[in-house]
Design a protein around this ligand. Sequence first.
Ligand SMILES: *[C@@H]1O[C@H](CO)[C@@H](O)[C@H](O)[C@H]1NC(C)=O
Ligand SMILES: *[C@@H]1O[C@H](CO)[C@@H](O)[C@H](O)[C@H]1NC(C)=O
Ligand SMILES: *[C@@H]1O[C@H](CO)[C@@H](O)[C@H](O)[C@H]1NC(C)=O
Ligand SMILES: *[C@@H]1O[C@H](CO)[C@@H](O)[C@H](O)[C@H]1NC(C)=O
Ligand SMILES: *[C@@H]1O[C@H](CO)[C@@H](O)[C@H](O)[C@H]1NC(C)=O
Ligand SMILES: *[C@@H]1O[C@H](CO)[C@@H](O)[C@H](O)[C@H]1NC(C)=O
Length: 703
Amino acid sequence: MSPVANSVWALGLLLLSLFPSPSRQQQFSFTGFQASGHNNLSLNGASHVQPTGILRLTTEASRLIGHAFYPEPLLFANSTTGSILSFSTAFAFAIVPEYPKLGGHGLSFVVSRTKDLRGALPSQYLGLLNASDVGNLTNHLFAVEFDTVQDFEFGDINDNHVGVDINSLVSNTSAVASYYDHGEYGTRLVDVNLKSGDTIQAWVDYDGADKMLNVTISPFSTKPQTPLISFHVDLSPILENTMYVGFSASTGLLASSHYLMGWNFKMNGVAQSLDLSSLPSLPQPKKKNTTLILATSFSTFVVFVVMSAIAGYLFYKIKNADVIELWEMGCGPHRFCYSDLKRATNGFKDRELLGFGGFGKVYKGVLRGSRGEIAVKRVSHESRQGLREFVAEIASIGRLRHRNLVQLLGWCRRRGDLLLVYEYMSNGSLDKFLYAPEVTRTQTTSRPLSLSWPQRIHVLRGVASALLYLHEEWDHVVLHRDIKASNVLLDSDFNGRLGDFGLAKLYEHGANPSTTRVVGTLGYLAPELTRTGRATTGCDVFAFGALILEVVCGRRPIELNAEPEEMVLVDWVWERWAQGNWSDVVDPRLEGGFDRGEAQIAVQVGLMCSRPLAISRPTMREVVRYLEGGDLSELPELAGPPAGEYEQLGFDDFVHSYPSSSFEKANSMQLTVGPDEASAGPFEHYSSLSPVSHASTSSINQL
Ligand SMILES: *[C@@H]1O[C@H](CO)[C@@H](O)[C@H](O)[C@H]1NC(C)=O
Ligand SMILES: *[C@@H]1O[C@H](CO)[C@@H](O)[C@H](O)[C@H]1NC(C)=O
Ligand SMILES: *[C@@H]1O[C@H](CO)[C@@H](O)[C@H](O)[C@H]1NC(C)=O
Ligand SMILES: *[C@@H]1O[C@H](CO)[C@@H](O)[C@H](O)[C@H]1NC(C)=O
Ligand SMILES: *[C@@H]1O[C@H](CO)[C@@H](O)[C@H](O)[C@H]1NC(C)=O
Ligand SMILES: *[C@@H]1O[C@H](CO)[C@@H](O)[C@H](O)[C@H]1NC(C)=O
């Protein structure tokens, strides 16, 4: 050996002795697990081994993460050649959802370079990654996911699939959970319901020489001949020499208990399949055995006394309890206890007030037990009917998941109050970065905070993708109905996140269709909306156009203090555009520090969305494409100011036609127009152009 090779060799030996050597044992077998105290697995988060020997990764509580790793790292590379070894594993799991058809979120088999996945998120991130490291090649993470929620953000195919994830939660390949059954009459694919609560066996086999990964599932002990997924992938860039193997599961707003009953693993060989009948089984739901309790007359008497005491106690308690009506049972998202929210917000103290949202006060809160910061919106509502419809809708709204939507974590109802619990957004609402709030402008001299151009365009792209999600990517069309700067919130990384979606609908429902009301904010209201009262995706596009111009120009859609010709932002921008001076409109506070190409696209898209005729506006899919593409030549030609379209609408300058007094008031209030102002029903206090005071007193509009 040459001296150089010798010293490299010596260095290698030194490094080996510095780091803990990986487990000699390259295979193991668990049929049931040892309760804590034994070092069988490294558990963290919500995971826990039950006395029956079943490992429970999460319970049915919301936003949990459970991890379980084999405590020693395993050697994944051939020590002489350095190539990745073959490995094979078989394990048995069961997923028991809180609500029969709604799982949350799933379980995965993980190969990771660390067993401490701190910083990972629950919900759609499955406890593996977080929003900032998803997709990063430095993660060195390989996972096979058993996902029970369809997340459009990650391109999930459905809410019952198996996927192969490499450094990301966007699966490289996935398949509907099923197995191939080779029967007498040929081969057929049989569906497997991952969230059935039944034990399911999964096999993950990787052939290091062929670079072939197979994933197979089945509800039985024997392995189907044909794998569900056969994927050609070279894991050598992903796997390092030594890696940890284990499992991760998470819950979100919707939750399941994720269980693991057994696990075989073998390096450089084929792991033995588990015999499902020899594994510990899940506890069956408890059966009530009342006859036993009432067996003797004596115990009957005791029970009677106890029952009366309990009844008395309950009677006292119910007067103060959260009201739970029958229709509220079985709704998806997490129902919070009023007392928990009260404690989290220090009893809804004014000190915790974040601001006044469109529909009620918003408080900051901290949930006990490090469950994090939340924002609690208190919506007052007298109408039980409207509330009931709304709560039914929470079930569906709560399942909306997108990185640019403020996540609804849950809710609570108490008397006339509806409390909605959202993620806390540390940077508050967008409007306070665009212009100083009306009121504080006269009271203080503090300059409004500002956003750089890259931050602005990032926020607009984020909100656009959230709207596209609501309009086209969810299983039914969700209209936001109240897009405006104060409903766009900024998280700690200055991602724009749309809040308050669906809430406007609560105020739109009337007892009969003819009492439908238009809810929105002047300047963002599409012209057709005020005439027909029918909200469409086009109305959201119009409001988004107003938002784009607002963010680019750093001005409100309607600015009363401005020169008359500049008062209506979109008219002013049109004018400058037609003159070829579009760059005049860009916020002077940027002091020219903006990307001209991006800004021109933003202005043009803003104008396209603001067209009076709904059919001339682009769809959100087009808007996202234009904003993301950054290619001006992709945009259609934009013809001069749309005066002709107003005439076509028979509208003749609809904005200017407001009498000036009510117009002034209207600038900072919710505009509500109803076809039948007389019979306003439960919504009478919203039925005319009455100022909704909170909207004008503050624009710190958390949610
Ligand atoms: C699990 O722990 C028990 C008790 O320490 C031990 O007997 C058993 O061999 C361990 N199993 C594995 C697979 O390491
Ligand atoms: C490593 O590779 C060498 C050469 O191909 C082979 O002889 C040896 O068995 C391999 N070792 C393992 C643990 O697979
Ligand atoms: C994301 O995860 C990585 C690695 O676990 C961690 O370093 C990082 O701080 C996390 N980021 C956030 C925003 O939590
Ligand atoms: C990936 O992560 C590394 C280290 O955390 C970081 O330096 C890098 O910027 C990240 N890359 C991307 C594309 O986010
Ligand atoms: C898997 O997906 C990731 C992220 O989508 C991508 O970077 C990677 O190249 C893909 N790998 C394979 C082998 O397809
Ligand atoms: C994967 O499946 C294919 C097709 O059934 C099979 O030929 C191959 O041997 C399997 N590889 C492993 C590692 O199980």
